[in-house]
Every structure is written in structure tokens, then in C-alpha cells.
Design a protein around this ligand. Structure first.
Ligand SMILES: Nc1ncnc2c1ncn2[C@@H]1O[C@H](COP(=O)(O)OP(=O)(O)OP(=O)(O)O)[C@@H](O)[C@H]1O
Ligand SMILES: [Mg+2]
Length: 370
């Protein structure tokens, strides 16, 4: 849904730093977000996500750098004068007000709306979040998920061009979270409003967002689509932060265009990688392979990138199984296998202490240098 190439970004964050005393909570961040995107800021606790969001909303001023929203420099512009609304994690609903009053609260200050306009807008918002029937209830008479939808309706009621959501689903249980994620995506799709969502949950970011920025200690480590972040992480940090991954130290033994061969003692031999990364013979590298990209078999598979080991642990999760396989070097490799065929326990590919072979495609292994 991002605006097609060439047009100016809807949000431009230009070399923005925010210092609290001498500590840089956000450190020289530059980022463009397109109109109509559902963009996620993802990172661990304290990495600067909320601080960045608060600067977009105007609750904090950058110590350095500039922020443009819809082409306008935000320097000196108060939160209320920005085309932005923010939904806080706590929802901050008014307990004594009905759902309807909560949703309409922000419209009281809209000067060019009549009372009729306001009523219509509230109706429309309640309809959007499917709360029309609960309009007269107070927040304490609602479930967590319903309260979350009231907060969303209230944030959307002023029809901001940009909606900022700080851990919007943090208070919900897993099932409700999943359901609400799709509801948010739906609403975003129907309204076309640009959403920036803060989360520390990588699955949530992957599910929700058109693009993700991975933050770490005040800086953005990588920006990309969920697929590019997961399949082509640019660093060990991002590879390890998103999903799980096996990482092995190696040394390049041969490198031609698009193909690298490395000695990886932890696996017990040479690994072939399909990689465009520039690698020189003798260079120290990290070979990274996601657990689901490794095949496990009793017989030695044909072809390269096959290494023997012993099953030390086995977890059965219904749709898939997790194996931990110890290599001769002592390194333990995680393998995730989809249980595509229904079999009894004693018919499994491997059991505890079984000797197995692990193998993977050259194109499934990542070459990381940082
Ligand atoms: N007003 C403040 N004064 C001093 N330090 C602050 C202030 N606000 C935030 N910080 C610090 O800045 C860093 C980033 O905080 P921020 O709230 O942006 O993190 P976050 O990524 O949102 O984390 P979380 O996932 O825990 O909400 C933290 O180390 C925090 O302690
Ligand atoms: Mg936060």
C-alpha cells in the first residue's frame, strides 16, 4: 500500500537524535514511511521505540534532526496541530464515560463540526470497530479486546492522517491478539490511514506490517518487508532477533561470483553458500541457517552440505517438531520439521540418540560478516 516510487514520503525522519541528559535514547535515526503504510517499529525494551513515536506525535522534541509529516516540517508544531493521533498502551479510556462518549471525546474541539456531524462520526467509528451494540456501556463492562477497540475508535475518530499505536495489543491474550491484529489490518486497509505500530513482539510485527524497522539501542539496524527482514537479515543482530537461527563461525576457502565455500569446523566440514556477499579467501564469516531450512534424515542425503550428528532432544508440537542435534564438534543445531505426514511416535524420522544427517540448500544459508 506504500505510495509508488518517486513521490515524497509521507513521513520523513531526518537524522533525528533524542538525548535525555547525555544519553541518546534515539541516535541519528533516518527513516521514510510512505502514505498508507502499516509500518512497525520493532525492538527490545528500552531501545527507543516510544521515544521515536512521541517525537512524531509532538510530545517530545528532537535534540537534533528534523521530522516532516505530509511535507510539513514539524518543528515547533504542537501535538494538537499535527495531523496525528496516538493510541497509548494503557488505552487511557475515561472510566465514567460510555463507549460512545469516549469515542466522541476528541471531537469536542473540532471547531468546524456540528453536533450532528459529531454524532454521525461516532456512529461510523463504532460501526467500524463493531461496537455499535455496546455504545452505552462503561469501560469496566467491556472485555479487554473490546476496550482496545474503543481506544482504536477514539484514536481514529478525528480522522488523523497518521495514527501512532504504542504496543496496541500488549494487554490482550494470545487468541485475542491474533484476532485483533487482523482487525487492525482490516481497519487500516479500509481507512487508508498511515499506521505506525510499536511492538516488541516480532511475530506481531511480521503479521501486521508492510515494512518493519528493527531498532537496537537507539539506532535502526534494518528496514524492510517482513520477508526481507526474515530471509535476508543483514547482521547477526537482526538474524538473531527475528525468529530463531543457527549461527556457525567459518572461514572462506573459495569464492566466485554468487558462490562461496567456507570451512565450518562446528559442522565438521565445508559448507557451500549461494551468496552475493563479497567474500575473500581466508575471511572470517558467520554462516547462518534457520531451523526450518535444515532437513533431517536417517540416510546420508545426496549432494553437499550434509553433516552427521546425534539427536539429543526432541520436541513434538503437533504441526511441527523441533530437534536438537549434537554435531561431532559439540555444537548443537536446532532443526524444525513440519509433520507433513501422519505417523506414530515410533515411526518418526528420528528418536533420542539416533544418528542422523542434517542438510540444507546452499541458497538457504546466509553469509553474515557483521
Ligand atoms: N523522560 C526520560 N528521561 C530519561 N530517560 C528516558 C526518558 N524517556 C525514556 N528514557 C530512556 O530512553 C530509553 C528509550 O526509552 P523508550 O521508552 O523509548 O523505550 P522503548 O523502546 O519504548 O521500550 P519498551 O519496549 O520497554 O517500552 C530508555 O533507556 C529509557 O530509560
Ligand atoms: Mg515503549
Amino acid at each position: 500500500m506504500a505510495e509508488s516510487g518517486g513521490s515524497a514520503p509521507f513521513i520523513r525522519i531526518e537524522n533525528v537524535t533524542k538525548k535525555f541528559g547525555t544519553f541518546a535514547a534515539v541516535d541519528n535515526v533516518s527513516l521514510d514511511i510512505g502514505k498508507g503504510e502499516l509500518f512497525a517499529l520493532l525492538g527490545g525494551s528500552g531501545c527507543g521505540k516510544t521515544t521515536l513515536l512521541r517525537m512524531l506525535a509532538g510530545f517530545e522534541m528532537p535534540s537534533a534532526g528534523r521530522i516532516f509529516i505530509d511535507g510539513q516540517d514539524m518543528a515547533g508544531i504542537a501535538p494538537y496541530d499535527r495531523p496525528v493521533n496516538m493510541m497509548f498502551q494503557s488505552y487511557a479510556l475515561f472510566p465514567h464515560m460510555s463507549v460512545e462518549k469516549n469515542v466522541g471525546y476528541g471531537l469536542k474541539h473540532e471547531r468546524n463540526m456540528t453536533a450532528g456531524d459529531r454524532r454521525d462520526r461516532v456512529k461510523q467509528m463504532l460501526d467500524l470497530v463493531k461496537l455499535t451494540e455496546l455504545a452505552g456501556r462503561k469501560p469496566h463492562q467491556l472485555s479487554g479486546g473490546q476496550r482496545q477497540r474503543v481506544a482504536l475508535a477514539r484514536a481514529l475518530a478525528r480522522q488523523p492522517k497518521l495514527l501512532l499505536l504504542d504496543e496496541p495489543l500488549g494487554a490482550l491474550d494470545k487468541k485475542l491478539r491474533e484476532h485483533t491484529q487482523f482487525e487492525i489490518m482490516n481497519i487500516q486497509d479500509r481507512t487508508g490511514i498511515t499506521f505506525v505500530v510499536v511492538t516488541h513482539d516480532q511475530e506481531e510485527a511480521m503479521t501486521l506490517a508492510s515494512r518493519i524497522a528493527v531498532m537496537d539501542r537507539g539506532v535502526i539496524r534494518q528496514v524492510g518487508t517482513p520477508t526481507s527482514i526474515y530471509e535476508y537479515p543483514a547482521s547477526k543482530f537482526v538474524a538473531g532477533f527475528i525468529g530463531s537461527i543457527n549461527m556457525f563461525e567459518g572461514k572462506v576457502t573459495a569464492a566466485t561470483k554468487g558462490e562461496v565455500e567456507a570451512d565450518v569446523p562446528e559442522l565438521g566440514g565445508k559448507v557451500l553458500l549461494a551468496s552475493d556477499a563479497v567474500a575473500e579467501k581466508g575471511a572470517a564469516i558467520t554462516v547462518a541457517v534457520r531451523p526450518e531450512k535444515i532437513a533431517i534424515s536417517r540416510a546420508r542425503p545426496k549432494g553437499g552440505n550434509a553433516f552427521p550428528g546425534t539427536v539429543k532432544d526432541l520436541g513434538y508440537f503437533g504441526k511441527d517438531s523441533l530437534y536438537r542435534v549434537k554435531m561431532a564438534s559439540g555444537t548443537v543445531v536446532s532443526v524444525n520439521s513440519v509433520n507433513a505426514i501422519r505417523v506414530r511416535e515410533d515411526q518418526r524420522v528420528a528418536q533420542w540418540e539416533d544418528k542422523v544427517w542434517l542438510s540444507f540448500e546452499p541458497s538457504s544459508a546466509l553469509l553474515l560478516t557483521q
